[in-house]
Design a protein around this ligand. Structure first.
Ligand SMILES: [Zn+2]
Length: 321
């Protein structure tokens, strides 16, 4: 009987804490203001546990944060007014550059890498997969950089499907972040990431007819925040496939599309300043093997701190300041 009570109590507690995390009325809301002495831009508004909250970005550093609505006084703006209020900020310049670099069917957005840097900026995509997270990548990185760079900065492109199907892997990553071993920039890679292997690219991925882009973007962000993941201002197109209209739509959410100039599994090699892409969802063993080989090749230069990993936010900031 006591055991039954304890089980019911546990169930009640977990339902209660789940309800506490639930988010309501999650939507795009743009406003400028000042928070802790710095200019900020509000990107989203939502209610969590009866509390009105905002997702904000610092347009100088591109760092995001969730704050209580009572902590700021705001002036609402439209997306069209970004050019007035945010004109000289790295965030706005990166957003504009991404909009202009979207003529091709593949690899729109910021792709060219960051030539001022000696190492690379690493992006790891977590597309939907039935296989577990490739944990080797992360343990190899932590081991390779243990003396030179702690925490190790990397950008993880997350999908809703992967997040929901791999709760243990996500908690494992969160623990590495909490313990100061990883510094993860969570990039929006859409909720569903639909892919039809038989369809041509121009009607595939996000260009598949009937796609609900609003849900793909905001539905994912909401699910992330409910699980304790902080959305960034970065977006990666599924399959790196898009057209101008989609780029315009995605950027109008305040998100900066990030491409890649070194997709290792496709044989593109990395050089200083590259924006490297590998897949961490268990479906790209070649890219992961190449990356771990790259770490071994660069071992001596890592030890001399001549080859480091760069935080996506600071790479973009330094490129566009
Ligand atoms: Zn993907």
């Amino acid at each position: 009987m006591i055991k039954l009570h304890a089980t019911l109590l546990l169930l009640f507690c977990s339902l209660f804490s789940q309800a506490q995390n639930d988010i309501k009325q999650y939507k795009t809301y743009f406003a400028t203001g000042s928070y802790e002495g710095k200019n900020i831009l509000v990107l989203r508004q939502f209610k969590q546990a009866t509390q009105q909250s905002y997702l904000i970005v610092n347009p100088e550093t591109l760092e995001t944060q969730i704050i209580n609505s009572q902590q700021v006084v705001l002036k609402p703006i439209t997306f069209q007014e970004f050019g007035i209020s945010l004109k000289n900020t790295p965030y706005y310049k990166a957003l504009q550059t991404a909009r202009q670099q979207s003529l091709h069917l593949q690899d729109a957005g910021i792709t060219h890498g960051f030539p001022k840097e000696k190492g690379i900026t690493l992006t790891i995509d977590l597309c939907p997969s039935h296989k577990p997270l490739d944990r080797n990548i992360f343990t190899a990185l932590i081991a390779a950089f243990q003396k030179e760079e702690r925490p190790v900065p990397l950008a993880l492109s997350i999908t809703g499907k992967f997040m929901l199907g791999h709760a243990d892997d996500i908690r494992w990553l969160q623990r590495l972040q909490k313990s100061g071993e990883l510094d993860i920039t969570w990039t929006n890679h859409t909720y569903n990431h639909h892919y039809n292997p038989k369809a041509p690219l121009n009607i595939n991925f996000l260009m598949e007819p009937g796609t609900d882009l609003n849900f793909e973007i905001l539905g994912l962000e909401q699910a992330m925040i409910e699980r304790g993941l902080l959305p960034s201002v970065f977006f990666r197109f599924p399959g790196l496939v898009s057209n101008q209209k989609l780029v315009d739509q995605v950027t109008s959410y305040g998100l900066i599309p990030i491409g890649s100039d070194a997709w290792l599994a496709k044989g593109q090699s990395s050089h200083a300043g590259s924006l490297v892409l590998i897949h961490g969802n268990g479906n790209e063993p070649i890219g992961v093997k190449d990356f771990i080989k790259l770490l071994a090749t660069e071992k001596a230069t890592i030890n001399q701190q001549q080859w480091l990993l760069y935080d996506l936010r600071s790479s973009v900031k330094n490129e566009f300041k």
